[in-house]
Design a protein around this ligand. Sequence first.
Ligand SMILES: C[S@@+](CC[C@H](N)C(=O)[O-])C[C@H]1O[C@@H](n2cnc3c(N)ncnc32)[C@H](O)[C@@H]1O
Length: 348
Amino acid sequence: MKTVIASNFRPAFFPCQLNRNSGHCLFRPFTTHIFRRSLTAKVRAFSTAFVETKPTEPVVETEGSGGDNGLACPICYDPLTRLSDSPLYVGSTAGSSLQCNTCKKTYFGNETHLDLVASSGSKQYDESMPLVTELFRTPVVSFLYERGWRQSAIFGGFPGPEKEFDMAKNYLKPVLGGNIVDASCGSGLFSRLFAKSGLFSLVVALDYSENMLQQCYEFIEEEENFPKEKVTLVRADISRLPFMSSSVDAVHAGAALHCWPSPSTAVAEISRVLRPGGVFVATTYILDGPFAFVPFLRTFRQNITGIAGSHTFLSERELEDLCRTCGLVGFTCMRNGLFVMISARKRS
Ligand SMILES: C[S@@+](CC[C@H](N)C(=O)[O-])C[C@H]1O[C@@H](n2cnc3c(N)ncnc32)[C@H](O)[C@@H]1O
């Protein structure tokens, strides 16, 4: 049995795999690992009330079973074990591989990201997603996204990334110091802000679009002194998140809810991966105000934007209901024109 040492990180991202082996983790380059199983339950219970990350007592991990990186197989949600030695943070994923001990499926990393979609590695099967998702997969839209496209969201009332980031931080106060998934991160404008803020122990920048992740990678590479070891780029479908249940402290989703093929499936997934007390913060559009008087809007909304595969929200109540029905509580929202920032949390 090998004993490995870990300190100074939150075990919430490493739930039931703490008694498992391999000694590999996202943090390996800058932490050593000791996992002591007996402490795990206490530390996890304590972590629900955290505001800041405190170095936790080391815990012992035994060799021989599963993964220890918080990542899970998108097929069965069992932990993934690293097969290669390379760390998993941005810039180090080329050549890395992770295996699910249950499905025996291997997932690979390339220069820019880890590919953790269920269909990764398929040879004949080719999946096309709804139009809006496919649109963001194109190189041209990915390239233009942070070069004008995102900025145009101000016309819908989006205050702009810096202001949105400040607003999101307020909601994220109870989970500062923990890990955060920037879901549908696009070219990573918020993932980068989260990482540079130093407020989180790990940022997972996740998107379905390979080209968006490529952009995110390039933006990070361009920045001097960027804390790369705090960021992992993951390609995944929001409806099938590659994380263990109750392992994530926070999920942020900027301007993405309306782009998801099924918002309820996505929010249910987010609810699954959030640990008790974990926070979900998202921004989207609400078509109400004068739009509320458009006859049959509710009935025909999917014919308006649904052709593209995007979802039109018609009221704050609808978003609240979506969160509640997917197991999230404490809904709040802030409006500015069509723009809305919502937050909810997983019941403690
Ligand atoms: C409008 S962009 C938002 C980017 C960024 N979060 C922001 O605040 O500007 C929407 C993102 O959702 C992603 N997306 C669409 N469908 C997805 C899916 N099924 N799973 C994960 N991401 C998806 C797109 O690739 C795109 O990057």
